[in-house]
Design a protein around this ligand. Sequence first.
Ligand code: IVH
Length: 700
Amino acid sequence: MKMEDIQERALQLRTLLLRYQHSYYVTGKAEVSDLEYDRLFDELSSIEEKYPELKTPDSPTQRVGSDLTSDFPEVQHSIPVLSLDKAYSAQEVLSFMERCTKNASSEKLSFVLEEKIDGFSIVLYYRDGVLERAVTRGNGYVGNDVTANVKTIQAVPLRLTKPETLAVRGEVFLPKEDFERINLALDEPYANPRNLAAGTIRRIKSSDTARVPLSVFCYEGFWENSTPFYDHLHILRELKDLGFKVDSHLSCFCRTREEAEEKLRDAGLEGFAGSFEDLAEDIKKRSSDRPHLPYEIDGLVLKVNEIGQRELMGWTEHHPKWAMAYKFEAPQAEAIVQDIDVQVGRTGRITPMARISATELSGSVIRNITLHNQDYVDELELAIGDTVSISKRGDVIPAVENVTEKNSRGNTTWQMPSLCPVCSSPLIRKGAHHFCSNPSCPAREKGRLEFFCAKKQMDIEGLGSKTIELLYDRGYIKTIQDIFTFNWTSLIDREEGFGLKKTEAIEKAVKEAVKAPFRRVLVSLGIPEFGKKAVDLVVENGFDSMDRLLNEATVEKLSAIGGIGPVTAKYIVDSLHEEETLNLISDLRLFGLNMSEKEKEENTEDQIFAGQSWCVTGTFEHFKPRDKAMEEIKKRGGTEVSSVSSKTSCLLAGENAGSKLQKAISLGVKVVSEEEFLKMTGLFRKEESTGGESQPDLFG
Ligand code: IVH
């Protein structure tokens, strides 16, 4: 074949495949069979492989993504990518419409109501009809270039049907069904489709993005010089004609229904047509239709239809004055991020923390919120000064849900420092996290001590974080071993606040700690990924002594245990054999700590909960921390689940039980109170002398 013929064939294949992709992913109607599509695709791929010079940026083969890693350089937007003014009641939206109509007396105004897609905002830049760049919203002026990843989204046209130069705003989203399926298979599930979509757009390898069936709805177009259309409906029509996926659930409102019908007809669009008086009813209807949609929406957007009028109304720094978002749910709370700094954990892991103005949320005042790692911050595109909506995940841990208003100081997305804030050693990145490279970083040493002594581990009373910090800074204790060798009474007269009573109490607590069960000793070692859950699994699967663990546990054997993945298994095995850990274990053995499971002690109880799964929530009078209640359940044959589902046998609910209690009630799961639990387990002893009043008889 002559070169011109090959070139011609490549063009032909590209055009055909782009058309088939568009009909399948945008209009939802397949034009050819999968087999035929794959045949044409393979033919084009092999031509491009042989003649790379024939590869074009709009080739359908570019959608499969690449294994090359890419970062996301910051780029300047050529349009201001602003947000929307928002309302939380339909009444506010109606008032907005009234205000607009009053102020625009000389012109007949109309409005378009669209769905507010709950996804990830994106701007697609096209030059002469070819996708040149896809950029995240960022701070509205500067965003991240995520072109390679966005190209893998089939609903994003790589080439338009006309050689137009324009910027298009849209929302990348993941359909609910795909979210449920994908999320189930993830080790660390996402809270909602929006977060999964945002995480996917920021995958380092575009081949990873390609595996997630993201889609996009486009809702605004900005042409290079001025918009060549009279109204928004015609812009939407044009976007459709150019090959974009446009949400078909739209409504048009005019003074009369007939005028609205005429406008929709004129633009060649389908939708609901109504008079201004119909807006309230339509908002109501759309709110009740919301659960039946195949994708998530978090509200509706009412927009002035006439472009000339939009230009007259203009913009604030934050939003256009010609549109208003109606949000279905008011955020639980909003706060301004005053600062972001980092904390150094006991493993050296660096955790960014958002410092917010004191904000009340479900009964507590929140000042600090963890941001986990740089990827998390990037997904939110969070900068200092931004306003954020915050929630309490699982009713306990406060989390930043999303940025509701960008800062007006021009701050761009927060970046991790390059040095440890405590010891100034360089930070190194492993996976999603950054770590301090210095094993003797004071923050790490203090963190290890704190973790070891904390309630959930050795539970050494009197050695809380503040005391540890003071004793470490004064040079009394540095390592875990020091806790067992230090002469506590020597602090009397040397340190204020350390009298005989306090030091003797610490001494007693240290002696008690020596008796802690083997599983707690294992958790207290502070091995990453080897927390209570993993320890239970490992011990229950035969590794019930330190010697067995050290001599017999391999990555293969541990990862064969259901619930322990290969990454966790490797962490455990590697960390157990680190010199520092081996020294610690051998010293703890010398101090007399339990190095094996004492079966007699654990299993003397009747197995009344055998075969039952229990979830524990809330706070308890007799079980502090509440893990102690779970220990009692397990002693009696029950298993632990961390969330309530229809399969859960019982929920043990203490004071202030939140969403888990509600869920259990709605699913008909048996709810057990602390008092009932004490009776069921026999931990409650009747005191005859008090005339039948009951007294708990707990823990020996
Ligand atoms: S219009 C100037 N229309 O909501 C145009 N935005 O909370 C402003 N969004 O940043 C946006 N669906 O990411 C518009 N139908 C829709 C939308 C929509 C979702 C997002 C968009 C925006 C955010 C504001």
